[in-house]
Structures are given as structure tokens and as C-alpha cells.
Design a binder for this molecule. Structure first.
Ligand SMILES: [Zn+2]
Length: 109
């Protein structure tokens, strides 16, 4: 996480910024806003992973239709790999969305 005051990169569990001494554990509005921003970034990353998962699926479909790849085993690998990526991406998005909603609630209170 980045220190809201000076921008120094701090450890995830750091209590105070090593550079300026800013209290990172305080549930201040700035800290919450930074955490929400990080969640947004994670949601975006999950979305990218999910999107990447469609590439092998489309490839497998295309190979099957064109008969370019007749080995079924490779098609299965592509389909399973793509599906796993999509699952992983959706899971990451769900977790981050949940975390973001929790932070937003904290911000409101
Ligand atoms: Zn700092």
C-alpha cells in the first residue's frame, strides 16, 4: 500500500509509514480511499484474467471448426485452461468487489 501522505510504498501490515510516520492503521478517509482504489485495481485485473481465459476457448473452437487441430487432448487442455482462467478472474472480481463494498460502508459510517 502507498502512504496517503508522502506516497512511500509501505508493507501491507505496516502500522506507520517508514518515511513520514503517517498512521496507516487509522481508519482515516484517506486510507480507506486508497484501499478502495486498490480494490478497483484488483477488480480490473480480475476482469483482464477473465478476458484472457476466453482466448484459449475461442482458439479451441476455431481449431475444432477448421479442423486445424484434430488432437482432442489439446482441445481439452485449451478448454480446461481457459475455463480455469475465467473462473479465477471471476473469483478475483468477486472477492475484490466484496472488499470494496465493505470499505465503502466503512467510509460512509
Ligand atoms: Zn508517508
Amino acid at each position: 500500500m502507498k502512504c496517503p501522505k508522502c506516497g512511500e510504498e509501505t508493507g501491507e501490515n505496516a502500522k506507520y509509514c517508514s518515511r513520514c510516520g503517517f498512521n496507516l492503521k487509522a481508519d482515516s478517509v484517506e486510507v480507506l480511499k486508497i484501499r478502495i482504489d486498490e480494490c478497483r485495481h484488483d477488480i480490473y485485473q480480475g476482469f483482464i484474467i477473465m478476458g484472457l481465459g476466453f482466448v484459449p476457448l475461442i482458439l479451441a473452437f476455431w481449431f475444432r471448426v477448421t479442423g486445424f487441430l484434430r488432437e482432442l487432448f489439446f482441445l481439452y487442455v485449451l478448454v480446461v485452461g481457459g475455463s480455469l482462467l475465467i473462473l479465477l478472474g471471476v473469483l478475483a472480481m468477486c472477492i475484490s468487489t466484496h472488499a470494496k463494498a465493505k470499505l465503502l460502508k466503512q467510509l460512509e459510517s
